[in-house]
Every structure is written in C-alpha cells, then in structure tokens.
Design a protein around this ligand. Structure first.
Ligand SMILES: Nc1nc2c(c(=O)[nH]1)N[C@@H](CN(C=O)c1ccc(C(=O)N[C@@H](CCC(=O)O)C(=O)O)cc1)CN2
Length: 291
C-alpha cells in the first residue's frame, strides 16, 4: 500500500493557510485593512457547531477579523434576513457565510440570495453560480474549489481528462462539474437516476464522489490508475464504534487508483482553507487592491 497514493488534504490546506496569512499581513501593513468574515450559525446541529468553531479559529489564526453570530433554532426567516441586511452594510465585514443546513422554517436559497454576491464567500448566490457558468469573475464554492486545487497539484493540466462527478447538489456537484468543464475536461454528472453508475465511473480518469452515501463507490467500479476525490463525510457505526467514512470504499478503491483523498484528512480541511482564500479575495476586490 503506497502512502504516496493518499492525498494529504490536511497538509495542503495548512500550507495554503500559511500563504493566506502572509497575504493578510500585506493587506494590513501595506493597504491598511483587515479582511473580515462573519459566520452565522442557526440552531444546535453538533457537526455545524464544530465547523463554525473551526472557521472562527482559523480565521483568527490567519490574522483576519472573525465575527460569529449564534442564533436559536427557532429563529425566523425574517430575523435571519435582517441580520444579513446588517452584515451586507457593515464595511468591516467582507465575507458572509450562513452555515448549512438551516432549520426547516427557513428557505436556505432565499437567505443565500439575500447576501451581497460580492460578500458571498460560499459562492452559493445565484449571481456567483451564473458567473461560474459564464466565465465571470465571481466567488467559487469552497469545497469544489479545494478539490480542483488538489487535482491540479497532482495532475497539472486537466484538459481532455474524462471526469465523472457523482452528485448534483448546488453546493458541490454542479459547481464541481462546471469547474472541471472550465478546465476543458469531458464531464459526466451522475446521480441517483443514472443507469449503470459503475459503468459510467469505469470510464473516468477523475472521479469526484459527492453523493452522501457511505462507501458507495467500490474499487471494481474504477479504471486502473483513476484519481478519486472523495467529498463524502458520513458518520457510521462499525463494530459498536462511531466512524467517519467517505462516499468511496477506501480499502477496495486504494489498489486501483493512482491517487485518492482519505476521509477524514482529504477534502474536508480544504473547505475551510478555501473559505479564508475567498474572504481574502472578496476583501481585496471590495478595497480595489491586488494582493
Ligand atoms: N455554508 C456552508 N455550509 C456547509 C458547507 C459549506 O461549505 N458552507 N460545507 C459542509 C460543512 N463544512 C463546512 O462548513 C465542513 C465539513 C467538513 C470539514 C472537515 O474539515 N472535515 C474533516 C472531518 C471533521 C469531522 O470530524 O467531522 C475532514 O474531512 O477531515 C470542514 C468543513 C456543510 N455545510
């Protein structure tokens, strides 16, 4: 079992955060501003609480200003929209993120679309989705952006590669497919209604699994030497213990791949690093400076 096959997303993300911190220092010393990120958490979802805490800590470690808003589960959509309006107008806040999922009474897309698109560091606003689709200068969703950086670091030019993205969510599958298309890959988006999913996956040089089903992709679905990016984060019980697994069956995939991201320690840490990167980009654009 070759260690080199296992992509170290944690180390890659740490290096990226060091670079971002250096650019934040330049923003402060040369241009006189501190990039600021506001993160809004509604409710008590345990995983979301951990992600929001990590976002706050890593924002501060990079030298940025962190603003955290923790609202009760019972928060109404109108109350959340009022907070978004306040943050849109706050000059110290360059990036706004509303942690997902939101409680049932709130329409997530309506909230996302209320964020100023230039402060939408999640890149989920319809304007940013449109910019990504049409080659405009927008903000790119963090998880797919992180996957793309890992792929480019590994493979260099992706042009002509056949990529299969499993999953068609607005936050990962669709933007991932768009990013790969923008790199001149031939892209297939597979989903729950795809006929012969193993057959589709077997044609791929690059597989991105973002379907939310524990260990669904098996080694015998893969072409020899494929690169596998596993976006899944599934909590399962095994042998009476809680365990975190991806959407790929790591043990059966490993012998077939040329490289694969593990879960944990693969794509997950990249998501927060790219959030910091997007905050820096958003702040620099709002200030009209190049860093
Ligand atoms: N507004 C958003 N909400 C959500 C997003 C998002 O990008 N924007 N993505 C996910 C959650 N998420 C960030 O918010 C996230 C998920 C996982 C990780 C991570 O580092 N995972 C670790 C494992 C951590 C664990 O033990 O749970 C890993 O894979 O190594 C970071 C961020 C949904 N919501």
């Amino acid at each position: 079992m070759s260690e080199q096959k296992i992509i170290d997303g944690k180390a890659f993300a740490a290096k990226l955060r060091t670079k971002i911190a250096a650019q934040v220092a330049v923003a402060k010393s040369k241009h006189g501003f501190t990039p600021g990120l506001a993160v809004v958490l509604v409710g008590e979802d345990p995983a979301s609480k951990v992600y929001v805490r990590n976002k706050g800590e890593q924002t501060k470690e990079a030298g940025m200003a962190s603003f955290e808003y923790k609202l009760p589960e019972s928060t109404s959509q109108a109350e959340l929209l009022a907070l978004i309006d306040k943050l849109n107008k706050d000059a110290a806040v360059h990036g706004i993120l509303v942690q997902l999922p939101l409680p049932k009474q709130i329409d997530s897309q309506a909230v996302i679309n209320a964020i100023d698109p230039d402060k939408d560091v999640d890149g989920f606003h319809v304007v940013n989705a449109g910019r990504l689709a049409t080659g405009g200068k927008g903000l790119v969703p963090c998880t797919p952006f992180g996957c793309l950086l890992l792929l480019k670091d590994l493979l260099g030019d992706l042009a002509g590669k056949h990529a299969v993205v499993i999953g068609r969510s607005n936050i990962v599958g669709k933007p991932m497919a768009q990013l790969l298309l923008n790199e001149s890959c031939t892209v297939t988006i597979a989903h729950s209604k795809t006929r012969d999913l193993p057959g589709e996956v077997r044609r791929a040089d690059i597989v991105v699994a973002a379907v939310g089903r524990p260990e669904m992709v098996k080694g015998d679905w893969l072409k020899e030497g494929a690169v596998v990016i596993d976006v899944g984060i599934n909590r399962i019980e095994r042998d009476g213990k809680g365990k975190l697994v991806g959407d790929c069956d790591f043990q059966s995939c490993l012998p077939k791949v040329s490289a694969i991201t593990p879960v944990p320690g693969g794509v997950g840490p990249m998501t927060i690093a790219l959030l910091l990167n997007n905050t820096l980009i958003a702040a620099a654009r709002q200030k009209g400076v190049e860093l």
